[in-house]
Design a protein around this ligand. Structure first.
Ligand SMILES: Cc1ncc(COP(=O)(O)O)c(C=O)c1O
Length: 394
């Protein structure tokens, strides 16, 4: 008998895809590339104050004070940051994590048994495949539909719910569609979930980044939901452009009794790992405050690149920018001349990198997804190259 050495939680096929191979080759040859998939804010030309991380070296970080949910002052700082956005969440309902990815893992441990299901939006964040598989959870899709704006297919959610569904994942604003969950959608979804004992996990890491003025105010407020169980996820990675600092959080909302039960169990899970470093927690208030300067730069860049994208694409009738209300990404519908994969690989030859729509599980072709983070000049040149390539192929 051949014994298996490794868990099936890690995919058997670890090979790189065609786009990654084309990129490796182009980089090995030293070819200059404009990266329109750039999602790392620390590499996007923003000005980070050189003394931003000084609070991490404060002597208060020399004393280890293990607290499963994090130091009270850090939880209060996160609560105050919610208040900045006009959202009220008590510090006692905030659980610190080292990242949003870790928050998903903690919540899957809290809510699911092996083989249980969670519903994930489609199109959405590609990491959900790994995040669910690594915790032995089955991901079932529900659709976001586009009709001059994105809506959540609530009938589809209802159909996808099964005896084994433990949570519905929401991303608001979503990566890459830029759509916020509306108040009406959230109301119906939370009623549907509460009735069936299904939790909502709302990834709101991009909540600070609205593209359409008023989008944040119009959006459904997950932390105000008073029934069932709702977990809202956030973190410095996006809210302050500090992914390297590793500070995220979960804010709990819903029915009092359920929140109590969830906190008791989460305490044990978090106490098992104690993964958030003391210096980061001790410096949380200062990092959140200083992060505002970086957030402002990102907000301005994202808005200006989205406007530029609309202008460039307007000149090419075969292409359309889908409406994005927020987030760091934009979706461009392009003519289906060949496969998305052929298109993105040939664009590497032209010196520009974009994501194909299938990477985010778009149900059909052809879309390309661009990040709105690159410096304005690179962004404009990259988009022009993409559009010229498409025009040439028509
Ligand atoms: C929707 C979404 N959630 C979470 C993350 C990652 O957050 P963190 O760095 O806190 O794990 C990303 C990163 O791109 C994202 O797009």
């Amino acid at each position: 008998m051949v014994r298996r050495s490794f868990s099936s939680r890690v995919p058997a096929d670890l090979g790189v895809n065609r786009l990654a191979r084309a990129l490796q080759e182009a980089r090995a040859k030293g070819r200059p590339l404009i990266d329109l998939t750039l999602s790392n804010p620390t590499r996007a030309g923003f000005v980070y104050p050189p003394d931003l991380l000084v609070p991490l070296s404060h002597p208060r970080g020399l004393t280890y004070e293990p607290q499963p949910f994090g130091l009270p002052q850090a939880r209060r700082a996160v609560s105050a940051d919610y208040a900045r956005r006009g959202v009220s969440v008590a510090a006692e309902r905030i659980v610190l994590t080292s990242s949003t990815s870790e928050a998903y893992s903690l919540l899957f441990k809290l809510l699911t048994d092996t083989g249980d299901e969670v519903l994930v939006p489609r199109p959405s964040y590609p990491l959900f495949d790994h995040l669910t598989q690594l915790d032995a959870v089955t991901a079932r899709p529900y659709d976001l539909e586009y009709h001059d704006g994105w809506t959540l297919d609530l009938a589809g959610v209802e159909q996808a719910l099964s005896e084994r569904t433990r949570a519905v994942l929401l991303v608001s604003p979503n990566n890459p569609t830029g759509s916020f969950v509306s108040r009406h959608e959230l109301k119906r979804l939370s009623a549907m979930c509460a009735e069936r004992g299904v939790a909502i996990i709302a990834d709101e890491v991009f909540a600070d980044y609205q593209i359409r003025p008023g989008a944040c105010v119009d959006a459904g407020r997950t932390t105000d939901v008073g029934e069932g169980l709702v977990f809202s996820l956030g973190g410095l990675s996006k809210s302050a452009g500090l992914p390297q600092v590793k500070l995220g959080w979960i804010a709990l909302a819903g029915a009092e009794a359920l929140i109590g039960g969830a906190l008791e169990r989460l305490e044990l899970i978090c106490d098992t790992y104690l993964s958030v470093s003391t210096p980061v927690q001790a410096a949380a208030a200062e990092l959140i405050a200083c992060g505002a300067a970086i957030r402002k730069q990102i907000q301005a860049r994202v808005a200006s690149n989205y406007r530029a994208l609309i202008e460039h694409v307007e000149a090419v009738p075969a292409c359309t920018v889908l409406v994005a209300d927020g987030g760091w990404y934009a979706v461009v519908q392009v003519p289906s001349i060949g496969s998305e994969e052929d298109l993105v690989v040939s664009l590497v030859d032209d010196g520009v990198v974009v994501h194909p729509g299938y990477f985010f599980d778009f149900p059909r072709e052809s879309y390309v997804v661009v990040s709105l983070l690159p410096p304005e000049q690179d962004f404009g040149e990259g988009v022009t190259t993409v559009l010229r390539h498409i025009e040439r192929s028509l």
